[in-house]
Design a binder for this molecule. Structure first.
Ligand SMILES: O=C(O)CCC(=O)C(=O)O
Ligand SMILES: [Fe+2]
Length: 329
């Protein structure tokens, strides 16, 4: 499909409940088509009918608020090296965009809890291992809701991967290896303070594409997420919708499909006058899977990375860049 140059920039709303009920139904076929079209067009869609309860989502937002309200000195203790995708990162740790100030957001990563003695953790010590939680917050406040939520969004993410496979011409099991043996995913709690002064170099999250296969994002009602319309250069706001996950294609899907599926640029600026909280869930997959085009043609850029190599490169670039800024400040 070619995108009509005059076509408006649309982030469609796709209700997947009929697919969840019966993946063989005619309604499910339409959902597969709609998801495929969204991936080829803007790389974004708004997913409803996911089945995750408001109550659980609310508990996770509350966990996030309780955590970020802790004193900075206590939050700073919550790191789990050599793991890169667990624990706390303070404001200014990452610069998702080049030539900007480091991002004005703080975050907390939670993953699949796997013992550090497990062979997978030993093989992939930067990406696979144990979750950590602040001792100050009772388990029912942070650990339980966030780990439960991780499980439920993971299940929806697996369904999205299944729907994606069915919309591609490479067989329904094209992501089998990617989804095998506890694929790496991260739930990220994010907090953006309000940006009182407008400074074009200071973003909440600088313009970037996501690193993984897909992202499932829940945002609160503050607004501030914007997607780039590549044809016009305009930034299109993604309006908050409490019922919806903003789902977007990440770099891995773009690499596998040679950019037929668009890993689109987006950014966050919290222009509201209150704190903004969001919960992206990144589906990054099995670390040894190769990010080579599915059609066996030459990869864009000529180089094939594994999931892990790609993730470490993107973590290294975006966190490394912020370190340089801080050091030179
Ligand atoms: O906070 C958001 O709404 C989006 C964050 C984001 O794009 C990311 O963490 O990759
Ligand atoms: Fe993102």
């Amino acid at each position: 499909m070619t995108v009509d140059k005059a076509s408006p920039f649309v982030i469609p709303t796709i209700d997947i409940s009929a697919y969840l009920k019966d993946p063989g139904s005619p309604e499910a076929k339409k959902i597969i088509e709609d998801v495929r079209n969204a991936c080829m067009n803007t790389g974004f869609f708004s997913l409803v009918g996911h089945g995750i309860s408001k109550e659980l989502q609310e508990r996770v937002f509350n966990a996030s608020k309780a955590f970020f309200a802790l004193p900075l000195e206590e939050k700073r203790k919550l790191k789990a090296p050599p793991l890169l995708n667990r624990g706390y990162e303070q404001i200014g740790s990452q610069a998702l965009q080049e030539d900007t100030k480091p991002d004005m957001k703080e975050g907390y990563y939670i993953g699949m809890h796997i013992s550090n003695d497990d062979i997978q953790a030993k093989l992939h010590p930067e990406m696979v291992g144990e979750n950590i939680f602040p001792p100050q917050l009772p388990a029912e406040v942070m650990k339980e809701p966030t780990e439960q939520y991780y499980k439920e969004v993971f299940k929806v993410g697996c369904k999205v991967m299944e729907i994606l496979a069915k919309g591609l011409p490479y067989g329904d099991d094209i992501f089998k290896e990617f989804l095998a043996d506890n694929p790496i995913c991260s739930l990220r709690l994010l907090h953006y303070p309000p940006q009182v002064e407008s400074d074009e170099k200071q973003l909440g999250a600088g313009a970037h594409t996501d690193f993984g296969a897909v992202t499932l994002l829940l945002q609160d009602d503050a607004g501030g997420l914007e997607v780039l319309n590549n044809q016009t250069g305009d930034w299109i706001p993604v309006e908050p919708d409490a019922d919806a996950y903003v789902v977007n294609v990440g770099d891995m899907l773009a690499m596998w499909t040679k950019n037929i599926y668009k890993s689109n640029t987006h950014r966050v600026i919290n222009k509201s006058t209150k704190d903004r909280y969001s919960l992206p869930f990144f589906f990054d997959g099995a670390p040894d899977v190769k990010l080579a085009p599915f059609d066996d043609s030459e990869p864009v850029g000529g180089r094939v990375l594994t999931v892990e190599q790609h993730m470490l490169e993107r973590f290294g670039t975006t966190y490394g860049r912020a370190k340089v800024e801080v050091a030179g400040a």
